[in-house]
Write a protein that binds this ligand. Structure first.
Ligand SMILES: [Fe+2]
Ligand SMILES: [Fe+2]
Length: 655
């Protein structure tokens, strides 16, 4: 037996040269030790029968029966096919499929830990790949112990004694908008179970974040604060490369993971056309996995759940148009219950008003195709473009190969990781942007949004006065040079046009009349200021924008999510991901600004050209003297490493 720990992650090991259906007691001891140490074990080439898998599972504890009234079923198939003919169960349609089975598969795509919605949550679980789709369908794991360790001291103190309720009724309603009745299937018992946010692992005695999609209504916090804290902790656990393993199965792979330490989730695949069958065994927890039944609040669980479901029913139930502001943020709202392909004038007006008020609208899993997105986007104004893939590959280009990190497309992508407003480097800046998520990565890859109105409102009075009449130039050649250390060749693509456009530092929103701090990565050369003083002022304003998390929100996409953001008051940025190894695709549309309200300050074209030329020359000089540091230094380091490897003849496909 060979145990190989994952070289780059905080957890996980691969085990080869052993078949787990045929092991000695001392080999099991080694496996159990590895399980406690690594949290995730991947056994290659197992090809176990259902009973062999069950028997191996029983070595870890009591089997958890997942099918109500069928105690003989100790392991089960998790699949999108079934019946005597083993046929695919779901038909593709633009409308979301509302069957409970389908919703269960989709629900598994959200980070969770198994069976926290039962009195005794699961100790560990086994999945073996029996039948696989050609792409997708992986399982991802995230280390909630490493994530806990990396929390700052304040957060650790804050969550130390907090408890949350866990319920499958809640997660299915919240994530999939379905409301099964008590007794419908395993886990729907009308109850919620109180558990600590920080769980001490019974074997390692280490603290772990004990969260996931089933957690709700933290005791002692408002509903808003609770939603936000659980969202933040779940997102943080899935946010870093070293915490996350995406396991791409081969048939016969068996994975075993520790539910008391890791979160996991399923990756989407083509549910309608390809089969995926995983053989699953779940092991019950021990007394340490029992809920906090001795606490007074445990007795309130049914009432808390009923009240929560009432709220969710109101927000999610089909065809009920709802606008739900983001928890604890100065902006943003989720919209449900609309059919954007057939939107009445009245409903469009409501959405348009919400767009102006909240600045960011999220339509969870609405799944627009590019034509419907274009139709919807066009109602806000003329489009600059539609259906443009935003990511690290293009389906039709070179068979969908991932772009190399040092290619122009990636320089543009990575540059977008600095906060910005779109098109401020064009004669008319943008009114808004739309992004639909088609393909998402195991970690990162989200979009960050920032409320620049709230940023303006909270500026110190003297700074407001200082910038009242100031203007800055905007150029994408400048921002590319500053952010990724690359001065784009003039004319390579139309946005490298050699012009800069002058805009005020305070933009008045044409609809709400609210003042916006209009800065971001494209701005440079404040008029009337020296280069140094201008840099200093812009950096001060940009960093003020980032100061407070109530005005920032990172959207971690699920497939089919649509975001619509107001480029006249909300900045955004792309979030890093594993560019070289994982694909990411958002489909973008951009709404052109109107001439009357989004035009740059006219009649200064020649000054703009000169300002940009001077700025680029100064950057060039700094580069030549070796004193230039791009704002995204990590990218620069990665590219330099790639180039030196190419020079040394050690060309590798990825970094
Ligand atoms: Fe699961
Ligand atoms: Fe952008």
């Amino acid at each position: 037996m060979k145990i190989t720990p994952h070289p780059e992650k905080t957890f996980g090991a691969t085990i080869t040269n052993i078949k787990v259906s045929n092991i000695t007691t001392s080999q099991f001891q080694q496996i159990e030790d590895a399980f406690n140490q690594y949290g995730l074990l991947i056994f290659k080439n197992q090809h176990l029968s259902m009973s062999e898998q069950t028997e191996f599972g029983k070595r870890f504890g009591e089997i958890e029966h997942l099918v109500q009234g069928r105690p003989e079923m100790e392991s089960v198939n998790i699949a999108n096919s079934g019946g005597k003919a083993n046929k695919l169960l779901f038909e593709s349609s633009m409308k979301p499929n509302t069957s409970r089975h389908f919703a269960t598969l989709l629900g598994n795509e959200v980070w969770h830990t198994d069976s926290t919605y039962t009195p005794v949550s699961s100790k560990c679980a086994l999945l073996q790949a029996m039948e696989l789709p050609s792409t997708g369908g992986e399982t991802e794991f995230a280390d909630a112990r490493a994530a806990y360790d990396d929390l700052d001291a304040d957060m650790k103190r804050k969550i130390e004694h907090l408890n949350a309720y866990h319920s499958l009724h809640y997660s299915m309603a919240n994530d999939e908008s379905i409301f099964p009745k008590v007794g419908d299937a395993y886990g729907y018992d009308g109850k919620a179970y109180l558990r600590p946010l920080v769980k001490i692992h019974p074997a390692t005695k280490r603290p772990n974040l004990h969260i996931g999609r089933h957690a709700h209504n933290i005791v002692g916090l408002s509903r808003e604060e609770s939603v936000r804290l659980i969202d933040d902790l779940n997102a943080f656990t899935g946010s870093k490369a070293e915490y996350v393993i995406r396991h791409k199965y081969s048939v016969g792979d068996l994975v075993l993971w520790d539910n008391r330490r890791l979160l996991h989730r399923a990756c989407p695949y083509d549910y309608y056309n390809e089969k995926r069958v995983l053989q699953a065994t779940r092991i019950k927890g021990e007394s340490s996995e029992r809920y906090l039944e001795h606490l007074q609040e445990a007795k309130l669980s049914e009432a808390v759940l009923a009240q929560e479901l009432k709220i969710l029913r109101h927000l999610h139930q089909e065809n009920v148009f709802s606008i739900e502001p983001l928890a604890c943020k100065t902006f943003g709202a989720k919209i449900r219950g609309v059919d954007l392909a057939n939107l009445s004038e009245g409903d469009f007006e409501k959405i348009n008003q919400a767009f102006v008020e909240y600045g960011l609208l999220i339509f969870p899993k609405i799944g627009l195709d590019p034509e419907t997105q274009e139709k919807f986007a066009s109602r806000f104004g003329k489009l600059r473009f539609n259906g443009t893939p935003m990511g690290n590959y293009v389906d039709e280009y070179k068979k969908g190969e991932i772009f190399a990190l040092d290619k122009t497309g990636m320089k543009i992508n990575v540059g977008n990781e600095q906060w910005h407003f779109d098109d401020t480097y064009q004669p008319q800046s943008a009114t808004g942007g739309l992004l639909t998520c088609e393909v998402m990565t195991s970690w990162g890859g989200g979009t960050g949004f920032l409320d620049a109105r709230a940023a303006y409102d909270t500026l110190p009075e003297e700074l407001k006065n200082e910038i009242k009449d100031l203007k800055a130039w905007h150029s994408n050649e400048f921002s590319q040079a500053m952010d990724v250390g690359w001065i784009p060749p003039r004319g390579l693509i139309p946005i490298y046009h050699g012009k800069a456009y002058l805009r005020p530092l305070i933009k008045i929103h044409p609809k709400s009349n609210r003042k916006t701090l209009y800065v971001g990565r494209h701005a440079f050369g404040v008029e009337g200021y020296s280069r140094e003083r201008s840099f200093e002022l812009l950096e001060k304003l940009n960093s003020h924008c980032r100061e407070n998390e109530e005005r920032m929100y990172i959207h971690n996409y699920r497939r089919g999510d649509l975001v619509l953001f107001d480029n006249r008051c909300i900045m955004h940025k792309a979030c890093e991901y594993d560019y070289s190894n994982e694909k990411r695709k958002l489909v973008g549309s951009r709404i052109l600004g109107t001439v009357e309200t989004e035009s740059s300050i006219q009649g200064v074209d020649e000054n703009g050209r000169i300002a940009l030329e001077n700025e680029l020359n100064a950057i060039r000089q700094d580069m030549e003297q070796g004193i230039f540091r791009p704002r995204l230094q990590t990218y620069q380091n990665a590219v330099e490493k790639l180039i030196s490897q190419k020079k040394n003849g050690r060309v590798i496909a990825s970094l």
